[in-house]
Design a protein around this ligand. Sequence first.
Ligand SMILES: Nc1ncnc2c1ncn2[C@@H]1O[C@H](COP(=O)(O)OP(=O)(O)OP(=O)(O)O)[C@@H](O)[C@H]1O
Ligand SMILES: [Mg+2]
Length: 365
Amino acid sequence: MKFDSLKVEGVRNLSIPSPLKFSPRINLICGPNGSGKTSIIESLYVLSLAKSFRSRSLQSVIQKDQDSMLLHALLTDNQRLGFMYTNEGERKIRFQGETIRSSADIAQMLPVQLLDHRMFEILEDGPAARRQLLDWGVFHVEPQFLPEWRAYSHALKQRNALLRKPPVNLKSLVLWERPLLQHAVNVQDMRARYVERLKPIFNETLGVFVPSIAKNIHLELASGWRKNESYQRVIEDQRDVDLKQGYTHSGPHRADIKITLQGAPAEQVLSRGQQKMLVSALKLAQAVLYKNTHGRPSIFLLDDLPAELDLEHRTALCRWLESLECQAFITSIDASAVQSLWHVDTEVAVFHVEHGQLTQGGSSP
Ligand SMILES: Nc1ncnc2c1ncn2[C@@H]1O[C@H](COP(=O)(O)OP(=O)(O)OP(=O)(O)O)[C@@H](O)[C@H]1O
Ligand SMILES: [Mg+2]
């Protein structure tokens, strides 16, 4: 599914009171610093995932002096999606006039992939951001991933609650370890399957972005527990330590994607620019795998693209987006840095943002 139009009330400095129509392919959003470019990307992200990538709480996304935010989008085939969030923390998601309880239902329909300055730094960050990137793909490719992940998280929460409250009843602890073990193994199997499918595609995309290192890069899933040991064994062995410290040390909640270059962690060897290229290749590989699985493209949100990638790599990224037929929303301070990158047949819409007001500023061809 794609975004056909967007209406925004009460989000940061934005004011888009009547629906603004998008291109099903490339949308360039240009304007000076502080004009509202990232807020538009953020609005689309909130609509698809019911959370922001900038702030932990949605309260800070609500316009100052407003009580709530309201987002409306028309999607492919005129399907209506609405999202409301208030300062009191009340949330409402509506799709085709019906209330939706689980935001995952919408996330499944709107496969949004974000590339912003934080995403480009995920090799240097802790494992949480890389795990999130990995799980985006597993969620979209393995239908059982979400229920298994939820069941695992529930068992983990119960076990941790028991560990935190001594004296611990060993019987109850073992009772929660049974579902913990079962769901942990299922989550790990799905992640491992996904990574195996991703690897050859990643090598191919990397060959375009950083050919000089593509052959030597190695991508590996770290399960979150000691290598070559069963999770059951690890849980039993670590029970005493877990009891002492009051939480579960090992498991899929500690999983990671390790990227190495001839055995050395990629972030210690690659330049900042090369790391960005590698992350771009990883995201594109995920988009290719998504399309191979579902037969339709994902949606890219690219914030401040020219600030992140040089002209050569920007152009390479655009060629991939075109060949995958992705819908993309690309922000830039300077329109000329993103306008000339496209094939003459690609439907490009250009928007200008000024003080939170968005106007269509010409399109091609
Ligand atoms: N809750 C809020 N209410 C009102 N305005 C806000 C709120 N949060 C942020 N802003 C303002 O919204 C404006 C738009 O911010 P945004 O990050 O979208 O700009 P931008 O065009 O992406 O800028 P840059 O090019 O610097 O990245 C900024 O002036 C910011 O101060
Ligand atoms: Mg910005």
